[in-house]
Design a protein around this ligand. Structure first.
Ligand code: CS2
Length: 458
């Protein structure tokens, strides 16, 4: 079967890719970006008629995405899997892919290009190389960037480009982090402080917060087969996604920006309530189902949530522990939102693996679970359900051989000699890159964790 490309186009993208020039650099061109921001950006271009917002995608580590996209002129399809028949759409907004290992300097040069006004990022929690609220200055890659080599870390790339630019730049974090924009600004500021010089352009650089939402599991051979059947051509870069898509962006830009609101995004003055609702309701429940589901031998999130007991626990996590900590954004009914989240998880066509959601727990828990624990404890409540989610992670760490986590070595050695539930709880509560002293010292939390770990391991 022939391969998707500009000369082999069964379904034309909504905008002629040849007419687009690059105005956005996206760091971390994985499946999520291609199924989310790239789609909204293309829709915005269709609605506004603007052709200056093509995307240069950057791969931080591997050349895989570039190798998939280059022979296809940057084109790829989004395979949407909902309850009905799957559908497919070809997206043409990615115009170039650069890879950091091959040419780190080209990445900085592209961000510094005056035609570029916006940088977006999906580099996952660990890509920020933070320790607590600041930059991890002990990280060897950060240290190496600080010596002045062409930068290989995300923060190093942004800092080097800001130092070179004359026109204002806006940097939009699209990762699942609390106050992702201000957080990234702090990390870049820490980097400049460590360098001992803060360029003038840093002050003018804007870091709006954003909340992103779309479930995008890893693509499988079955997805590639389905896309080929629907398209009539082969697409090595297909991404699969649910129909739902949400993007709420803080309206704080240094210069021009794509008309993303015309592509379906919401521009607003305050993203925090949206982001908090999403991280605490959706992501925390997702992780809980991933850990409990994996421990029960379920392959996918849909199987886990369809287990009556686990589905019930997921519902109780939201209603009993999370909702009381939230101030809903205007127009959001939290009960209805929670029900929608569970319906989305139940989508049997998605095949989102429990192991995929379970990875990187050491950097996900603080963002999606521990704020809820802290708020419930402060309110004098017993956070029974959210501590079950934390306990499930602890048992998962103990029982998983090839733990996929940036701190896997540290976690595995912490639990190496553990023989009983209380020891597991204490060993992991002592990991100070995950748990802050207030949580470590809470006997209410510890007792709950020991109860849950006991129940989960017997
Ligand atoms: C998931 C998220 O893998 C995970 O940790 O919880 O990727 C989730 O699918 C997205 O945030 C949904 O928007």
């Amino acid at each position: 079967m022939t391969r998707l490309s500009l000369t082999n186009l069964p379904v034309a993208p909504a905008v002629d890719p040849r007419a687009l020039s690059v105005g956005i650099v996206h760091l971390g061109i994985g499946a999520f970006h291609r199924a989310h921001q790239a789609v909204v950006t293309e829709r915005a271009a269709v609605e506004s008629g603007e052709t200056r917002w093509g995307i240069t995608g950057v791969s931080q580590r591997s050349t895989a995405v570039r190798d998939q996209l280059a022979p296809q002129d940057g084109l790829y399809s989004v395979l949407e899997r909902g309850l009905g028949a799957p559908s497919v759409q070809v997206i043409g907004s990615v115009r170039e892919v650069l890879t950091v290992p091959e040419d780190p300097e080209a990445v900085v040069a592209r961000i510094a290009d005056p035609a570029v006004a916006v940088v977006t990022l999906t580099v996952t929690e660990k890509g920020y190389r933070a320790a607590g609220a600041g930059l991890n200055l002990d990280d060897p890659e950060i240290q190496a960037d600080l010596t002045g080599r062409p930068p290989r870390t995300v923060v190093g790339q942004l800092a080097a480009a800001i130092a070179r630019r004359e026109e204002p730049l806006t940097i939009v974090s699209c990762d699942n982090l609390v106050a992702n924009g201000p957080f990234l600004r702090k990390l870049v500021g820490d980097y400049f402080d460590a360098l001992g010089k803060v360029p003038e352009a840093f002050e003018a650089t804007r870091f709006p917060a954003s909340m992103v939402d779309r479930i995008v599991p890893a693509t499988t051979d079955a997805d590639r087969g389905e896309a080929a059947r629907l398209l009539g051509v082969r697409d090595e870069a297909v991404v699969v996604a649910e129909p739902f898509l949400q993007w709420v962006i803080e309206d704080d830009f240094a210069g021009d920006r794509p008309a993303w609101e015309r592509g379906g995004a919401v521009l607003t003055a305050d993203v925090a309530p949206w982001e908090q609702a999403k991280l605490r309701m959706l992501n925390a429940t997702h992780s809980m189902l991933a850990y409990l589901g994996a421990l029960r031998g379920y392959e996918t999130i849909a199987e886990a949530v369809r287990d009556e007991e686990l589905g019930g626990l997921a519902r109780r996590l939201m209603t009993e522990d999370v909702v009381p900590t939230l101030t809903p954004p205007d127009g959001l009914d939290l009960a209805a939102y929670g029900a929608t989240v569970l319906e989305r998880f139940e989508n049997p066509a998605l095949k989102h693996r429990t192991r995929q959601v379970a990875m990187d727990g050491s950097v996900k828990l603080p963002v999606r679970m521990l704020g809820t624990v802290r708020d419930r404890l402060a309110a004098g409540a017993e956070p029974r359900m959210i501590s079950l989610a934390v306990a499930a992670w602890m048992v998962y760490v103990l029982s998983t051989q090839d733990l996929d986590d940036p701190q896997a070595d540290r976690l595995k050695s912490a639990v190496a000699d553990v023989t009983e539930p209380a020891k597991l709880v204490d060993a992991l509560l002592a990991v100070d890159s995950v748990f802050t002293p207030d949580l470590r010292d809470s006997t209410v939390l510890r007792d709950l964790l020991v109860d849950h770990v006991t129940a989960l391991t017997h």
